[in-house]
Design a protein around this ligand. Structure first.
Ligand code: ADP
Length: 356
């Protein structure tokens, strides 16, 4: 091929399809920029991809590399997404995706899901932070066996401890152990302010926030304070948990927070002794809810004593071989893919070819 020019590169990119949005990158407005440096013989392409290490976006990047013929020029492929906000106004500007994990009520495995989502994304290669904002039961440090507490620099910046490759902050670190829960609500706003002003998170692809259960002040404070890119709703198959999940959905809806989908935890139990399957809390409720409210269904996590054991031992099960680990890994991939779809879809809607 001859020396590449912008037009030829653009035309070649028309053969790369976005499998979810069903059109090519150029038509979808997913091509941010092409820059050609003829001295260095480099073609720099910036694509509007926003969910690093998600299977779909990884595949799109790989296909882009495959199809391009650049006449011996080197390809410098990057990705960036316009979050629709002025960079100067941006809270946590170095955090690409803030994903909130929510549930209508406690005890459905919300923290377990948050921890495994964070650990799973980290295992895919992403830079991940995990923020345990559950003021009523900040148990994430135990679940990932964080024995270290945050440290502070001379400039009074807080350095979060790292565990399983994730940076961790927890209300547990910030609130005194003996603070009565009644004081915690009003303190949350201050703590959240510290979270983005004083904590050195560095550059993160994802920050996973474990919200307190329910739809109270903390959740609202958080939604008003940080740009949440997506929310995951955790439910069990039980009716009452499903009702609570609906309330959570309404809360996110009122704040225009994209809900990535619903994950059902504590689904069937595969009995290792008798070999059969027992739907202890009922069956299929999460999928039904997802259908009713027309949201994606992100996965089914079985009841498995190893999950509780993993939580107690500080080793997230998503990092282990086996069926339950597979279920979590599938959920992690689905969630990352949905976050990518949300970003690419809003980028498409900003396209001059696709006015809203
Ligand atoms: P929440 O954050 O919703 O209050 P947790 O994640 O703290 O719930 O989970 C409550 C308890 O249930 C923990 O002991 C956890 O290890 C256990 N647990 C959560 N999900 C499962 C599961 N799928 N199978 C077995 N135990 C689970």
């Amino acid at each position: 091929m001859d020396t590449p020019d912008e037009h030829s590169v653009r035309e070649q990119l028309r053969s790369v399809e976005d499998p979810d949005l069903g059109d090519d990158l150029v038509s979808l407005n997913l091509l941010n920029e092409i820059e050609i440096d003829h001295d260095q013989e480099v073609v720099a392409i910036d694509l509007a991809l926003g969910a690093p290490f998600s299977p779909t976006e990884t595949a799109i990047a790989a296909e882009t590399r495959d199809v391009l013929e650049l006449g011996g020029y080197e390809l410098d492929l990057s990705a960036s997404i316009d979050r629709g906000l002025d960079p100067d106004d941006l809270i946590l500007p170095n955090v690409q995706n803030i994903i909130a994990v929510a549930s209508g009520k406690g005890g459905v495995g919300k923290s377990t899901v948050a921890v495994n989502l964070a650990a799973g994304l980290s295992d895919l290669g992403a830079r991940v932070g995990l923020f345990d904002a559950d003021i009523y039961g900040p148990n994430v440090p135990r679940m990932i066996d964080a024995d270290e507490r945050p440290s502070a620099t001379a400039e009074e910046e807080i350095i979060p401890p790292e565990e399983h490759g994730m940076k961790l902050m927890s209300m547990d670190f910030m609130l005194g152990e003996d603070d009565p829960v009644i004081f915690r609500g009003p303190m949350v706003h201050n703590v959240l302010t510290q979270l983005w002003e004083d904590v050195d998170w560095g550059y993160l692809d994802y920050m996973i926030i474990d919200l307190p259960p329910g739809t109270g002040d903390t959740q609202l404070s958080l939604l008003q304070s940080v740009p949440v890119a997506g929310a995951v709703i955790v439910t069990t198959p039980q009716d009452v948990a499903l009702d609570d999940a609906r309330k959570g959905l309404k809360m996110f809806g009122e704040h225009d927070t994209p809900v990535l989908g619903i994950v059902e935890n504590m689904s069937t139990f595969h009995c290792p002794d008798c070999g059969s399957t027992h739907p202890i809390f009922g069956e299929g409720g999460g999928r039904q809810l997802a259908e009713d409210v027309e949201l994606p269904y992100l996965g089914t996590i079985p009841i498995d004593p190893a999950i509780r054991q993993g939580g107690d031992d500080g080793k997230p099960i998503v990092l282990e071989d086996g069926e339950t680990g597979d279920a979590f890994r599938e959920f992690v991939r689905e969630t990352a893919d949905m976050q990518g779809i949300v970003h690419r879809n809003s980028q498409r809607q900003r396209s001059p070819e696709n006015p809203l």
